[in-house]
Write a protein that binds this ligand. Structure first.
Ligand code: GLC
Length: 440
């Protein structure tokens, strides 16, 4: 069994660490301008201009069953959809606002159809809910708000009651965790109380756990869905650490106790969470697969994001990326699901250009060949530990020698306890070939 023990937290995280791979979906009115989900604040878009997106939002091609099929084929085991992003627009039929999808040409509860479609494909269901709300009349203007540069920003913000907004959030979280069946993940985003406003604009201070009334918000959530996994972005430690657009080099640890924690790297396929027509930094197929393997190799999950178009479909670039995952996971998912960081005594033997994962029961070690070696892979220290070796993608045997000096490689000696796997000269037709070692 794996020797790695993660810090105990309230939520049911065991299935989560087993499943490893999820889909993030950023979808809202911001798909209309198609220039990033922060477009309203980045371009200081006036309310009457942003209203155009509300007026013309019509996801006539929305088919969450198709999204769910693609996510499942890609090997994603859970999904997290933005029910409300910073713009404040609700993708669900909330009774606490008119700023919602049922009042647009969509004319229906988009979250409802999302939940039904992904649940039918067997994926676990998550909701992203923004703590920030640039539309709500009680949300005070601050240094992130689209109206921050308005000449009368301070007057606009005067009288806004953060307590009323915090109650609004509790009411909406109650709706989300009451009306859609079992919800497995609640993904809040985000606190910025340490963001300091510029000189003379102290009233624009950042917001954190006290502003959100985070304790009451989380208590509300857990009273409705006790085992739910909640992230830490309310500024209250919960179940999930969430490094974003960043590939840690080691298993994320608790900053006070040093314990290993349950963590999830959230990443985008391109440079934007929301659909961005003209953003071109789409990750290569190699990067997509290597990010997933790299994350699991240090005990984490990967939440990979898609940003659907305002018409409601995933554009060809997102579909191509999901197909890359599907083609690789179809044959190699055994090195991801139920796997974690290799045991310390094995991890230190990992050759350059490779990444190890190991099955939770310790019986199988997976070698991911990020760089494909010529003919031989030397594994110092593994002689005597391996019972059988094969390529994972096609289950074809890989022959190996132990403690035998050959190929004029006199530089080696028996003390190296060397196991040398013979590989085909041509790299197999898979982005990252995986060697499956059955350990003694
Ligand atoms: C950042 C972005 C936000 C996105 C989130 C996803 O907070 O500002 O737009 O939803 O990351 O983790």
């Amino acid at each position: 069994m794996s020797s790695y023990v993660t810090r105990k937290t309230p939520g049911d995280t065991e299935w989560f660490r087993h499943d490893r791979f999820g889909m993030f979906i950023h979808w809202g009115l911001y798909a209309m301008p198609a220039r990033h989900e922060w477009i309203k604040t980045n371009e200081r878009i006036p309310e009457e201009k942003y209203e155009k997106y509300f007026k013309y939002f019509d996801p006539d091609l929305y088919d969450p069953k198709d999204w769910a099929r693609q996510a499942k084929a890609a090997g994603m085991k859970y999904v997290v959809l933005t029910t409300k992003h910073h713009e404040g627009f609700c993708m669900f039929d909330s009774q606490y606002t008119d700023y919602k999808c049922t009042n647009t040409a969509a004319g229906r509860d988009l979250v409802r159809e999302y939940v039904d479609a992904f649940r039918a494909e067997g994926l676990k269901i998550g909701f992203y809910y923004s703590l920030i709300d640039w539309h709500h009349p009680e949300f005070p203007i601050d240094m992130l708000h689209p109206r921050r540069d308005d000449p009368d920003a301070k007057e606009q913000s005067e009288g806004r009651d953060m307590k009323k907004y915090a109650e609004y959030m509790r009411n909406q979280v109650t709706e989300l965790l009451t009306n859609y069946g079992k919800i497995d993940i609640l993904w809040f985003d985000f606190s910025y109380s340490d963001n300091k406003p510029e000189e003379g604009k102290e009233w624009m201070k950042g917001k954190g756990k006290d502003d959100w009334e985070a304790e009451k918000l989380i208590e509300t959530a857990r009273s409705l869905q006790p085992g739910i996994i909640i992230d830490n972005r309310t500024e209250l430690e919960q179940d999930l650490w969430t490094p974003e657009q960043y590939q840690p080099k080691d298993w994320v640890r608790h900053k006070e106790t040093g314990e290993l924690v349950t963590w999830e790297a959230c990443q985008t396929l391109s440079g934007s969470w929301g659909y961005h027509r003209d953003e071109m930094t789409w990750k290569s197929p190699e990067m997509l697969i290597q990010m997933l393997v790299n994350t699991v190799s240090i005990g984490g999950n990967l939440l990979m994001n898609v940003g659907p178009t305002s018409r409601g479909y995933l554009d060809y670039r997102a579909e191509d990326a999901l197909k890359t995952y599907a083609d690789w996971m179809k044959y190699n998912s055994r090195s991801i699901y139920g796997c974690t960081m290799a045991e310390p005594e094995l991890l230190k033997l990992c050759p350059n250009g490779c990444k190890f994962t190991q099955s939770e029961d310790g019986s199988r070690l997976y070698i991911h060949l990020f760089e494909y070696p010529f003919q031989f892979l030397e594994l110092e220290g593994l002689a005597g530990k391996v019972d059988y070796a094969q390529f994972l993608h096609d289950g074809s045997e890989l022959l190996y020698e132990e403690n035998k000096i050959s190929h004029f490689s006199e530089g080696r000696s028996k003390k190296d306890n060397m196991l040398v796997i013979k590989l085909p000269v041509r790299k197999p037709n898979t982005i990252v070939p995986v060697i499956e070692l059955f350990l003694k």
